[in-house]
Design a protein around this ligand. Structure first.
Ligand SMILES: [Mn+2]
Length: 333
């Protein structure tokens, strides 16, 4: 999306928001730091403008995000009261809100705020910029257009979104714009040390135990270009870990030197496997995830596929291998 289109969409979003009194805000299932930070920051800003706001998320926030202002106001069900506008953040399709989809689909107006390269446009206004490292960056731009004064609470939410989606400003998606916005958020009152400590340094005993189990399952594949690990439902029962405790495990896999793709396979209810993929940039894992019904970014993507752990692992790793072979060929040629 070019600059003019972004500006035009932003103006349309501003007009819709300004003409509304009640707004539903939603984000994807199993919300991450960007999903929560974008939703909660936008919620505070709209409330500051006198609007009634519902903070909707099908799944609860992982414990490490409970400190974010307004996180305790998240609800998994739409409120009794109606809204004129729905705003869905960090979702590359409306289905990503899970069971809340119908609540959003029946609203008169819908705004899609996203930064996934795999975004399947939905709603009346698409504020989509795949060049943004986080949806929180796009929300920040929207708040500027709405004339919102970013206070410390809003700044903390948006900063958490950018911090986590850029992997603490380490991933390849980190831009001068990410750092400029982060700097402005810190100037507005976000506290980098405190936010990083709460998100990254308060991992629970059970989550740390689960990480340990995952690290004992490391397996090198394809001439050591791929590293993968698997977690069974039994592992969760044994450690007392919750599904959201897998967050960050993939980063340990991708930090292993010389690996081009890291993959984590997690057995979930209903004979399904949740797959997280990371790439060093040599192959596009979003494309791969998309072919398995998921989505994401070129260097970080995921999907949930039906089948046993071994079946899904074999299918996904076969796809990764052939993508790597293709990329090796094109580099050789
Ligand atoms: Mn995001």
């Amino acid at each position: 999306m070019n600059e003019t289109m972004v500006t035009r969409s932003r103006n349309r979003a501003v007009a819709l928001i300004q003409s509304s009194k009640a707004v539903y805000l939603g984000t994807h299932v199993r919300p991450d730091g960007d999903a929560l930070g974008s939703l909660l920051g936008l919620a505070l800003a709209l409330e500051g403008q006198g609007k009634r706001v519902a903070r909707l998320s099908a799944d609860p926030a992982p414990q490490s995000y409970w400190f974010l202002p307004g996180a305790d106001g998240l609800s998994c069900e739409p409120p009794e009261w109606p809204a004129e506008v729905g705003i869905v953040v960090d979702c590359d399709g409306l289905t990503r809100v899970g069971p809340l989809e119908s609540a959003f689909a029946r609203l008169p107006h819908l705004i899609d705020i996203d930064h996934h390269g795999t975004d399947q446009a939905f709603g009346e206004v698409q504020l989509v910029d795949s060049g943004a490292a986080a949806a929180a960056e796009i929300v920040y731009g929207l708040l500027g257009a709405l004339g919102v004064q970013t206070d410390a609470a809003i700044a903390s939410c948006l900063y958490a979104g950018i911090l986590t989606d850029t992997g603490r400003f380490c991933y390849g998606n980190t831009t001068a714009e990410s750092l400029r916005i982060a700097s402005e958020l810190v100037a507005a009152g976000a506290e980098p040390h405190d936010i990083a400590r709460r998100i990254y340094e308060e991992r629970s005993f059970a989550a740390t135990h689960l990480l340990g189990v995952a690290l004992t399952r490391l397996s090198p594949n394809h001439d050591s270009e791929i590293v993968s690990a698997m977690l069974t439902r039994r592992d969760f029962a044994d450690t007392g870990a919750t599904p959201s405790d897998t967050e960050g495990i993939i980063d340990h896999l991708r930090s292993i030197g010389g690996r081009r793709v890291a993959a984590l396979f997690v057995e979930v209810e209903g004979e399904q496997v949740r797959v997280s993929l990371r790439s060093d940039g040599s192959v596009d894992v979003a494309e791969m995830a998309l072919s398995f019904g998921g989505g994401g970014h070129a260097m970080a993507a995921g999907c949930t596929a039906p089948g046993s752990l071994e079946e899904v692992r074999d299918r996904v790793l076969a796809a990764v291998r052939s993508a790597l072979s293709r990329s090796n060929c094109s580099h050789a040629g």
